[in-house]
Design a binder for this molecule. Structure first.
Ligand code: PBG
Length: 327
């Protein structure tokens, strides 16, 4: 055979394969989603997400130390309050659960970079992401509450805020209030392209945030659409978003690719709860090799165009990078 090109030449051994890798993954691009709840001395496993826990504020050090030891120095905080009401007042109270967690984390672990999820669904009695008008979320009445929530997170020590509610104009509303209050250097990571997805099921169990009636299709995106992803991403940029996000990740690789190509800011991808639980369940049943699948999916999300990855597997992935399995 007179083959001029033999692609296998570059696959001959590991050193060579590692040299020609097109996608590099670094621990510095990993963000760990962390659930914090009211109460004391609690680390309770989430039934639908084996291996993931809700921590009370006093138990945050153990997970934070584990993350830092693994080389993960970024987290995204989700609050689980005791009290819920129509106006989500727990979201923007000085002594709200996320605010208390931030005070503790920034005092004990100043090197941990703390991003907060800004949404009202965990705090409303009805579980929707904003204030209701009849059975619909009132977009414009919700915006000031989201902005207030973001500001109170920043005042409690958040390094970055990440609105996930999908109201129109929320990035602009948050930016305006932060700026007015002198918080001009706090970046906004916008969940710009957030689809209405069944993959959020385990999260809603974890956070107790399933809507009491209806669904989120009136504000989250329809998974048939991709042009709309660009519309949302570009809108958020004009409103002042610093980082964009596509969520979920695995079923939306084409969207990650398209948004990465069309924009000039860093892009995050969120591998959501259902993606974690699917891999975990497959592994526990003995059907797939968990470590191998975690490495492959993580690398694929970066290959699609993401610059950073939110994942419940962050500490494990950091470990695989240390071992040289990926990276
Ligand atoms: C809050 C929020 C959700 C997730 C992140 N922020 C739930 C939802 O929109 O229903 C999902 C994250 C996950 O599934 O891991 N709105």
């Amino acid at each position: 055979m007179e083959l001029i090109q033999r692609p296998r030449r570059l696959r001959g051994n590991m050193a060579l394969r590692n040299m020609v890798r097109e996608t590099r993954i670094s621990k510095s691009s990993l963000i760990y989603p962390l659930f914090v709840r009211e109460g004391a001395n609690i680390a309770e496993e989430i039934a639908t997400m084996p291996g993931q826990y809700r921590y009370s504020v006093d138990r945050l050090p153990e997970i934070t130390e584990r993350l830092l030891r693994a080389g993960v120095d970024k987290l995204m905080l989700f609050g689980i309050p005791d009290h819920k009401d129509e106006l989500a007042s727990g979201a923007y109270q000085d002594d709200g659960i996320v605010q208390k967690a931030l005070l503790k984390l920034k005092k004990d672990f100043p090197d941990m970079y703390c991003i907060t999820d800004v949404c009202l669904c965990e705090y409303t009695s009805h579980g929707h992401c904003g204030v209701l008008h009849g059975h619909d979320v009132d977009n414009d009445k919700t915006l000031p509450l989201l902005a207030k929530t973001a500001l109170s997170h920043v005042q409690a020590g958040a390094d970055m805020v990440a609105p996930s509610d999908m109201m129109d104009g929320r990035v602009g509303a948050i930016r305006a209030l932060l700026d007015r209050e002198g918080q001009t250097v706090i970046p906004i990571m916008s969940y710009s392209v957030k689809y209405s997805s069944a993959f959020y099921g385990p999260f809603r169990d974890a956070a107790g945030s399933a809507p009491a009636f209806g669904d989120r299709k009136g504000y989250q995106m329809d998974y048939h659409n991709k042009k709309e992803a660009l519309k949302e991403a570009l809108l958020d940029l004009t409103e002042g978003a610093d980082i964009l996000m596509v969520k979920p990740a695995l079923s939306y690789m084409d969207v990650i690719h398209t948004v990465a190509e069309a924009t000039n800011v860093p892009l995050a991808a969120y591998s959501v709860s259902g993606e974690y639980s699917m891999i975990k369940a497959g592994a526990q049943a003995g059907y797939i090799d968990e470590a191998a699948v975690v490495c492959e999916t993580a690398a694929s999300i970066f290959r699609a165009g993401a610059n950073m990855l939110l994942t419940y597997y962050a500490p494990e992935i950091a470990g695989f990078i240390t071992e040289g399995r990926i990276g």
